[in-house]
Every structure is written in C-alpha cells, then in structure tokens.
Design a protein around this ligand. Structure first.
Ligand code: RIB
Ligand code: CA
Length: 310
C-alpha cells in the first residue's frame, strides 16, 4: 500500500521540486500539502503550491494554509534566493484555478493523523511552525504519527543563513525546539550535512525526458544555480527539500546515527544552531536519527528515474 504522507512546505524553488518528486513517484497517498510562511509569505507559498499541483495535474491533493509567521519571531523571507515569486520566475504566465481548502494546517495535520493512526509520515521542508502548533494543541500526536522527516539544521558544517544555522531552523527555532523535544519515536533530520551533497547539475536536468518538467526545473533553478556558481565556482544547486522526499522513498540512500539534538534559541551569534551531542556529554536520550552520509549517485538516479516516470 502507498505510504500516507502530508508535506509541509514554504514553496520555494526546492519545495516545488520536492512536491514534483512526491507526486511523480506514484508511491504516496498524499493526504494533503500544508503551507507555511518561510522562504516567502504564506500567501505566496500557498499560491506557488497550488500552481505546482495544477502543473502536475494533481488537482485532487488538498492544499491547506498554515501559520503566516513563525511561532514567536517575525518572518524572514528569502526572495534573494528564491526570486520575487518564490519559484525562480517559472510558470509566470500560469493562472492556477486550484485554490487552497478552508481550514488551518495544524488542525489538518491533527485530524489526518487521528484518522489514520500509525500510518502518516510528515515530510517537513519548511520552518516547523505548523507542526509545533499542532503539538501544542495535541501533544499525543507523537504516538499517532508514523514518522517525521524534516529538511533542516546542520551538525557537522556551517550554516546557510548564519555562520551556524540552516534556514528552516533559523527562521523558527522555538518551533524546532518544540518538535525536537516532543518525543516523536521516529524523527529523522535531513540537514545540510547531506543535502549539500545532493547537487543537481545541468547534465542531470538534460536527462529529464519530460519536456515540461525539464523546462520547469531548468527555468526555476536558474537563479539557484547562478548563486551557487558565484559562491562555489561550479554550476549546480542543492536539492535540499527533494532529498527529504527521497529519504521517504528509499531510506537506504542515507546513512544515519541516533543522537540527542537541541536548538539554540538565546544566542546573539548562534540562534537556530542545531547542536548534536555526538559524545552524549549531556546524558540525554537520543531524540532523532541524523543523516550523516549520502549515496549521491543513488539519490540522483532515484531523482531522475522518478521525474522521468510517465
Ligand atoms: O536551508 C534550505 C531550506 O530552506 C529549504 O527548505 C529551502 O526551501 C529553504 O526553505
Ligand atoms: Ca523549503
């Protein structure tokens, strides 16, 4: 049976491609896609998600709006990374007819998980605000969710929005802390430690056989690729959010270790840093599986083969 999932997104360039991967895989019952303020505003993230769903012909997937700002802090949008529209200017002429459902994402998460106890995987590719709000309302969610896989954090390298912090955690560290400390039995961190190695290059895009998808991916990632080239001297872009979906499809592509991880929320320099207790110095029980290794070829093969499915 297909795995039941909810995706929580701040559709952005890589969120959109992650949605594509999930839909094209044909291996998920996508119960819904919840949206949240992050890379762009809640409205923009919701509009972009509707656009992508319609572009994919996935008009039956419910899209439900969530939090329009972080748990405590003010929004911090990333238009310089994702473009003024959030998806790199792709599908600019498209006027989607698909609209979000009524209701609030945290309530949708609670209701869906309660309807399918033990069966739902939450794939989080945005700040964790919606899940934190759901936990505040329904702490027993931790016993009824199958697994939570989140793209966020970094534990063996530097950040991508501050010296120590990754964007999804930095944007809402209080929400991340609520999620990390909730007690989920199966919580998997897909951080920059592995997503920076999931590099999409021009030759990968050229091998996409569906012309509409190939053109979308090329157009939407252009600004991502240009920035990456400016910074690193090679044309590529990290598939942060698609890797979280790929882990849900095939966990063997990553190597993980169980550790206690917490989030800094009271530091001038290191707010949003995900601190991994590798040597168990704090004597705390491990609260998540941390992805520390990636089979890059296996990921890219899965990525291309999945997007090339009919
Ligand atoms: O750090 C990468 C993450 O931040 C991705 O989810 C990207 O979409 C942005 O939200
Ligand atoms: Ca995202």
């Amino acid at each position: 049976m297909n795995k039941r999932i909810i995706m929580d997104v701040d559709t952005g360039i890589d969120d959109a491609i992650a949605i594509m991967l999930a839909v094209k895989s044909g291996r998920f019952n996508i119960e819904g896609i919840t949206t949240v303020s992050g890379n762009v505003s809640l409205q923009q993230a919701t509009d972009n998600t509707c656009k992508i769903a319609e572009f994919l012909g996935a008009n039956d997937i419910p899209i439900i709006r969530g939090a329009n700002q972080p748990y405590l802090r003010q929004p911090r949008f990333e238009h310089h990374v994702h473009g003024s529209d959030g998806i790199g200017g792709a599908l600019a002429d498209m006027r989607p007819t698909k609209r979000p459902y009524d209701g609030f994402a945290p309530d949708f998460i609670i209701d869906t998980v309660k309807r399918h106890p033990g069966e739902v995987t939450l794939i989080m590719t945005a700040p964790l605000t919606n899940l934190a709000l759901a936990l505040r309302k329904c702490p027993e969610l931790i016993e009824q969710v199958d697994e939570v896989i989140f793209m966020g954090g970094v534990v063996t390298s530097f950040g991508n929005v501050s010296p120590m912090a990754e964007y999804n955690i930095f944007a809402d560290p209080e929400a991340a802390r609520i999620v990390f400390q909730a007690g989920f039995p199966k919580l998997t961190m897909v951080g920059l430690d592995v997503t920076r190695r999931a590099l999409l290059r021009d030759e990968h895009i050229a091998s996409l056989t569906n012309e509409a998808i190939r053109n979308y991916v090329r157009e939407s990632t252009e600004i991502y690729v240009n920035r990456y080239e400016e910074r690193n001297g090679i044309r590529a872009c990290a598939m942060h959010d698609p890797l979280a979906v790929a882990v849900a499809l095939d966990r063997t592509i990553v190597g993980t270790a169980s550790h206690f991880v917490d989030v800094e929320t009271k530091s001038e320099l290191c707010d949003g840093q995900t601190v991994c207790d590798f040597q168990n110095r704090l004597q705390r029980v491990a609260n998540m599986d941390v992805c520390l290794d990636l089979d890059e070829q296996a990921f890219m093969r899965l990525f291309i083969d999945t997007l090339n499915r009919p």
